[in-house]
Design a protein. Structure first.
Length: 305
């Protein structure tokens, strides 16, 4: 049985093989990698690896989506710990052992994140600091804007204020990588909620909010790191038809609205804390007004009008 199972959900991924080989090369313990190909086959095909499991589901026209892909991978994972990773990441040497060494039974752990230069497969030179902390944005910064919601955003001030704390509370994350005990996944998260959020959006909010409000802890581990390639709009290239893109966008907006309603109104059935507890724990939170309780009511009415 491996110490760590790594799930990589993928769709039209250009750097999947490099990511797999980096994970294998940098691990110092026993790992398995579970690649879930969502409606496509890599071209050229992946080599055969002795510790890589490949799952294929969906079609190029009707993919299953990220959440179903993660669910499929987690369902066959055998490790004591599980880690979800995007398919375009570079890793620290011994990342697996460093994460395992600092993880309690009810923790979700996110390594320090750098930016990836995919062309040269190295950490990108960048004057900005690495990303350690993220906060949940106030959901109605701009009403009627599908880009707004309970999203994770970089918390630069917290980075500077808490540089000496190597394992520290983190309100939220970006979603490209997270690590936890397998038992915590199946107790607090599995299966990821496709009906509520749709196939793709609000992944990090589901993971982190379930954990914080379910009595666990989300932390950043600054003793290890990974580097992530932020694709931007030009890099996504999911290969959808126009109709599938329209469905994808509609699901994103539905998931955004549902996420706000679900958490603000304390609908999580496993909660031991209300959402207000999370805001108070990290207060003051950037973008949140002091009168946020009243503003949520008036801003939602404005968006619904």
């Amino acid at each position: 049985m491996p110490d760590l199972s790594i799930i990589i959900p993928t769709r039209q991924e250009r750097y999947l093989q490099q990511t797999i080989e980096d994970l294998r090369a940098k691990a110092e313990g026993s790992i398995e990698i579970i690649v879930v190909l969502d409606g496509y086959w890599p071209d050229p095909p992946l080599p055969n690896y002795d510790n890589v499991i490949v799952i294929h589901h969906g079609t190029i026209e009707e993919n299953m989506g990220m959440r179903q892909s993660i669910n499929a991978g987690m369902s066959v994972a055998q490790g004591k710990y599980v880690m979800k990773s995007d398919g375009h990441c570079l890793f620290d040497q011994g990342y697996d052992k460093k994460l395992i060494e600092d993880c309690d039974d009810n923790w979700v752990v996110i390594p320090r994140r750098y930016r990836l230069d995919v062309e040269n497969w190295k950490v990108a030179p960048d004057a900005r600091p690495p990303i350690d902390y993220q906060f949940l944005t106030y959901p109605y910064i701009r009403t009627h804007d599908p880009e707004c919601g309970l999203h994770g955003d970089d918390w630069r001030e917290r980075y500077y204020d808490r540089q000496d704390i190597l394992i520290d509370d983190n309100m939220s994350t970006q979603g490209s990588l997270y690590f936890m005990p397998r038992d915590w996944w199946f107790k607090m998260i599995h299966p990821m909620n496709v009906e509520l959020y749709g196939p793709f959006i609000q992944e990090a909010q589901e993971i982190c909010n379930n954990t914080w409000l379910g009595g666990g802890r989300v932390v950043v581990n600054k003793k290890t790191w990974y580097a992530h390639w932020h694709k931007g709009k030009a890099g996504k290239n999911y290969g959808f038809s126009n109709a599938r893109y329209a469905f994808h966008q509609a699901e994103r907006d539905r998931g955004r609205r549902n996420c706000i309603d679900y958490w603000i109104n304390n609908k999580f059935p496993k909660k031991v804390h209300d959402f207000e507890w999370l805001i108070d724990k990290f207060w003051p939170v950037p973008t949140w007004p002091k009168d946020w309780r009243n503003r949520l009511i008036t801003d939602k009415l404005r968006e619904d009008s």
